[in-house]
Design a protein around this ligand. Structure first.
Ligand code: HEC
Ligand code: HEC
Ligand code: HEC
Ligand code: HEC
Ligand code: HEC
Length: 267
């Protein structure tokens, strides 16, 4: 009989094991280093073509973020406003200011202003604004106090570790949806009350009085129903399963269920 597997192949499993282990350790430390804040762009604040100030427009004038970044609740990205939206005011306000000149020129040429991007994830990481806003995560949790910035800078690392830190424990970051653009929510009495309600509702769903949290609870029931269906071996589309933690996690502690597995963010 021909020798299909020569003798040395007996060692293959061992060799593989050594390589996989070394590779694993290497990846672990490599990832740990690359993901440390040192390696990220916190504080990055490129010079913009127009000295547009969020401190003035979002802070002093109190324009809602969604007035300009209007797609943020519906789409994965947050739209940067077109010149028409600015000109809605600046056709009258400060129209002859030198600081408006670039805006006016772009508007007349029907060309967009060449804003420089501040936040940028690599292509292989998937991020969707609408999902986060829909779950009640505020802009300030990820972008900091934009209403206090004359020039926008990156406030958080946007590293994988940073994403996961919240995904592992999202509840403290949740708020009612109508508060998502409120820049002074953190530390407010309303926030403290909401977090207390949240704890009470999770402990005793029946006594829950906060209608907003009740809405969340209803959704949680749906998650549990789907998990049960999966466990019972019913045919549930693979897509339904992806993104939900496996039942060993106490489902009752979770209002929302952000993905922690690789394919949740790397698709
Ligand atoms: C009057 C319109 C307007 C309002 C209101 C506004 N923004 Fe902006 N925003 C802009 C423009 C224009 C830019 C691009 C120029 C820049 O980066 O400063 C921008 C940029 C940004 C960026 C950086 C985008 C990048 O390149 O990564 C973030 C984050 C942001 N805005 C968040 C907010 C938040 C949060 C609020 C509400 C507190 C808000 N904005 C309110 C017009 C606005
Ligand atoms: C959970 C974190 C998170 C929340 C909440 C969040 N953002 Fe972002 N934002 C990001 C990340 C990450 C990026 C970079 C996205 C990319 O590069 O694909 C970004 C990018 C942006 C940009 C640049 C354009 C874009 O879509 O890439 C703007 C403008 C912006 N955010 C505004 C807002 C506003 C306004 C809110 C609140 C209504 C908000 N963001 C809430 C994480 C967040
Ligand atoms: C709701 C009205 C409104 C909108 C929309 C608006 N602005 Fe303004 N903007 C103002 C007001 C009011 C001032 C302050 C004028 C003053 O200081 O007297 C101002 C000031 C400015 C200044 C400083 C002007 C100077 O001479 O000091 C710049 C630059 C500017 N805006 C750019 C923009 C850009 C770019 C957009 C669109 C992304 C925009 N604005 C959208 C109302 C608006
Ligand atoms: C402050 C908290 C917070 C941060 C920071 C955060 N997330 Fe999330 N993420 C959530 C919550 C809450 C959900 C909603 C889960 C739900 O609805 O059950 C979510 C859901 C998601 C989903 C699943 C929804 C979908 O679109 O498929 C993805 C993917 C995701 N986040 C990616 C990211 C990435 C990438 C980052 C970092 C750049 C990030 N998140 C940072 C809280 C956060
Ligand atoms: C919550 C979202 C999220 C999850 C879950 C996630 N990642 Fe990431 N990952 C990211 C983001 C965002 C980046 C980009 C980080 C940056 O630019 O610094 C990243 C970057 C990476 C990189 C590139 C590192 C480098 O050197 O730039 C690798 C490799 C990676 N992830 C592997 C994984 C693996 C393996 C898993 C599963 C154990 C996983 N990721 C789960 C969000 C996620």
């Amino acid at each position: 009989m021909a020798v299909i597997f020569p003798r040395w192949t007996n060692k293959v499993p061992l060799i593989l094991l050594v390589f996989v282990t070394l590779g694993g350790v290497g990846t672990f430390f490599g990832v740990d280093y690359y993901f440390s804040p040192k390696f990220t762009d916190v504080g990055y604040a490129p010079k913009q073509p127009i000295p547009f100030s969020h401190k003035l427009h979002a802070g002093t004038l109190k324009l809602d973020c969604r007035y300009c970044h209007y797609s943020v609740e519906k789409a994965s990205y947050a739209a940067i406003p077109p010149t028409q939206l600015c000109m809605g005011c600046h056709a009258m306000v400060r129209n002859n200011s030198r600081k408006i000149a670039v805006l006016k020129a772009a508007h007349e040429a029907k060309k967009p202003v060449k804003w420089v991007r501040v936040h940028m994830l690599p292509d292989y990481a998937f991020f969707d604004h609408s999902v986060h806003i829909g779950a009640g995560v505020g802009c300030a949790s990820c972008h900091g106090r934009i209403d206090k910035m004359d020039i926008v800078h990156q406030a958080k690392a946007l590293s994988m570790r940073w994403c996961l830190k919240c995904h592992r424990n999202p509840n403290p970051h949740l708020r009612p949806k109508e508060q998502v653009t409120n820049m002074s929510w953190a530390g407010s009495p309303e926030q403290k009350k909401f977090q207390a309600d949240l704890k009470a509702c999770l402990a005793n769903a029946k006594a829950c009085k906060n209608t907003y949290i009740k809405g969340f609870m209803a959704r949680r029931k749906d998650i549990q129903r789907r998990r049960k269906a999966i466990v019972a071996g019913n045919t549930v589309r693979r897509h339904d399963f992806m993104g939900w933690k496996w039942p060993q996690e106490d489902a009752l502690q979770l209002l929302v269920n952000p993905p922690e597995h690789c394919s949740g963010c790397h698709r």
